[in-house]
Design a protein around this ligand. Structure first.
Ligand SMILES: Nc1ncnc2c1ncn2[C@@H]1O[C@H](COP(=O)(O)OP(=O)(O)OP(=O)(O)O)[C@@H](O)[C@H]1O
Ligand SMILES: [Mg+2]
Length: 317
């Protein structure tokens, strides 16, 4: 008899989905940077790209290389029930299951089988369960909108992070995904919203931010927490990072390592111009580091609370 999902739910305790109903709110950038910083700190991380766009491959720099299977592993595991085997060592401690063209095919195939089928809904969770315990953290990068891949992610994950722009349309998307979490409780009773992440904030003014936070809190109530840390708007650095397949902290390091007098050599000796990266890469990296710390601390706090609960029950019994 096949295992029910609850049989291996505990194997998925470290799985975190980044999802939103809205497109372009920083799901992929946040996933990539969170993964990269956590891995650089020495913890083993797996990232699964569930998006046919395959943007994660751009952020991590494997897009179009021999490492990029464009989602074939994911297709074989989810649609055919084969063993899921990640690409190992995209960075030290960081493994990836890529998305891309084949993920689009997978989406079509699963949608064709009907969204309500238990096997279809739980397929990713089943594929991930044997792999997830090998990692400290497993991140799922979802495509935008309420499709079958987002459903799969929400059924597999223990936690959900909802990145959002501080505009009204993005904020109403939070309600929609919170409703989706409730709808999927029958498949995944342990799924919790770890936090809403304010992303692409145009102003670092504390007053503007405090207002954005107060509005969110009023809208969402106490049940949906908002992270204290945030990601600022830094488009030039973000574009440079994605174009060069580097994460914000890697780009910032490159900027730091650049010869500060390169411009003089270019002017006086006619040396070819080197790529200049502004200090905004450093600020963006600092934001991602703060977010990573807060995310990991929040997970640890919840885990410690959960681990204490049976003891307390036992003590009072
Ligand atoms: N800090 C930032 N400030 C401004 N723009 C950014 C920032 N980080 C990333 N971007 C740009 O915003 C766009 C959307 O980012 P990203 O791909 O992370 O969002 P997403 O939610 O994953 O999008 P999708 O819904 O298409 O998957 C990208 O083109 C990226 O270059
Ligand atoms: Mg994305």
């Amino acid at each position: 008899m096949p295992e029910t999902l609850t049989d291996f739910r505990s194997q998925l305790d470290n799985v975190v989905a980044e999802a939103s109903m809205k497109g372009g709110v920083g799901k992929t950038s946040t996933t990539a940077n969170l993964a990269g910083i956590t891995a650089a700190s020495g913890q083993r991380v797996l990232v699964v790209d569930l998006d046919p766009q395959g943007n994660l491959g751009e952020d991590l720099g494997y897009r179009g290389t021999e490492l990029d299977d464009e989602g074939r592993q994911l297709f074989d595991a989810v649609a055919m029930g084969e063993k899921l085997t990640p690409i190992v060592g995209v960075r030290p401690n960081l493994d990836v299951i890529p998305g891309g063209r084949m993920t689009g095919k997978l989406t079509t195939q699963l949608a064709g089988d009907g969204m309500s089928g238990v096997d279809v809904t739980e397929a990713l969770a089943r594929a991930l369960a044997p792999l997830a315990p090998q990692y400290s953290l497993v991140l799922l990068d979802c495509p935008p909108g309420e499709g079958i891949m987002q459903t799969q992610a929400l059924v597999a994950a223990r936690w959900l992070i909802i990145p959002t722009l501080p505009d009204d349309a993005s904020k109403s998307g939070i309600f929609q995904i919170a409703r989706r979490v409730e709808e999927l409780r029958r498949y995944n009773p342990t799924l919790g919203i770890l936090g809403v992440l304010l992303w692409g904030i145009g102003s670092t003014s504390t007053r503007v931010q405090a207002n954005a936070r107060a509005e969110l809190r009023e809208m969402l109530g106490e049940d949906v927490p908002v992270f204290e840390s945030y990601i600022r708007h830094a488009q030039a650095s973000a574009v440079a990072a994605r174009n060069s397949g580097q994460l914000a902290h890697e780009l910032a390091k490159e900027a730091q390592d650049q010869d500060p007098f390169a411009w003089r050599k270019q002017l006086l000796d006619g040396e070819p111009a080197t790529r200049r990266i502004g200090s905004s890469a450093g600020h963006l990296a600092a934001d991602y580091i703060a977010v990573t710390r807060e995310v990991l601390q929040t997970i640890n706090t919840h885990t410690a609370q959960t681990n204490q609960e049976p003891e307390n029950e036992g003590a009072s019994a």
